[in-house]
Design a protein around this ligand. Structure first.
Ligand code: SAM
Length: 270
């Protein structure tokens, strides 16, 4: 089979995900593969994998990795797949974090946020925390892959437990679970294959934001400095939470012009 035929077949099965599939499967851009007819020998395997993707299995779980902020982050089932939306949080943190700070990546998942920030800001160190032992394990592996282990402490930690057990930190960067109850039922099939507790943020989606703001304030007082990823429809809610906590509020949009991140800061930064 020629590559052009194989590419058409891949598109027929998985539509718009074809280019991304080629990137994972052939480890090349589709334009490059076009001139390597021998790649088409892998047609049977490619078609079998596309059928699994069509049935709702996330591509990143099949291939064991996801591209994120120029890194190839290891992924596995039971840990949330890094999203390109979350790159907005990384960009925001790279600009907003004070020189030399220790940031806590609360709800770290694969460790994608901490890895991307640490790699681009050599002055920073991190505390990474997640309640899921698989996430803690994967964060350690991803940090090790990029030679960042010495600049981060990774801990198994429940946000709703006692924060005094966490090592010292100056700032929080977090993409917590934030999907509200009513929206959980509407998730597409492939997202439903990801862990429920990485997505569900309580009845109104705000449980984690409320908890993290309260705990960070009691640790950092007027030096509270938090960067959150938010859902596209949560900016107003976060504004209210920031005002209640007497924190400054800055809203950041993503490349699609959706509300995507907020920076909340205590009076120390005024
Ligand atoms: C939306 S995912 C974000 C993962 C990663 N930061 C990212 O951006 O890809 C939320 C993470 O919160 C973790 N989590 C859920 N409940 C938690 C809790 N009570 N305490 C700490 N982490 C929790 C999940 O295991 C999951 O890894």
């Amino acid at each position: 089979m020629t590559f052009s035929r194989l590419y058409r077949l891949i598109r027929e099965i998985i539509g718009g995900e074809a280019n991304e599939f080629c990137r994972y499967f052939f480890k090349k851009e589709p334009a490059e593969i076009r001139f390597c007819e021998d790649e088409a020998e892998k047609a049977d395997v490619a078609v079998r994998l596309c059928e699994r993707i069509k049935d709702g299995e996330p591509m990143q779980y099949i291939f064991g990795s996801a591209y994120f902020y120029g890194l190839e982050i290891m992924c596995k089932e039971n840990v949330l797949i890094p999203r390109s939306d979350t790159e907005t949080v990384v960009m925001t943190a790279l600009k907003a974090l004070p020189y030399g700070a220790v940031f806590a990546d609360i709800c770290c998942g694969t460790g994608c946020i901490a890895a991307a920030i640490l790699r681009n800001r050599p002055d920073l160190t991190a505390v990474c925390a997640d309640v899921n032992p698989d996430a803690v394990d994967l964060t350690k592996k991803n940090l090790a892959k990029y030679g960042l282990s010495k600049r981060a402490e990774v801990v198994l930690f429940d946000v709703f437990s006692d924060w005094s057990v966490l090592p010292d930190f100056d700032c929080v960067v977090s993409n917590p679970p934030y999907i509200k109850a009513a929206d959980m039922a509407k998730l597409p099939d492939n997202v439903r294959r990801e862990p429920y507790n990485a997505l569900y943020g309580g009845e109104d989606g705000l449980d984690f934001y409320k908890r993290i703001i309260k705990a960070a304030k009691s640790r950092l007082a007027d030096k509270t400095h938090i960067i959150f990823e938010i859902g596209y429809d949560e900016a107003e809610d976060l504004y209210v939470l920031a005002k209640e906590a007497k924190l400054g509020y800055e809203l950041i949009k993503d490349l699609s012009d959706n509300d995507r991140a907020v920076v909340l800061k205590g009076s120390f930064y005024e």
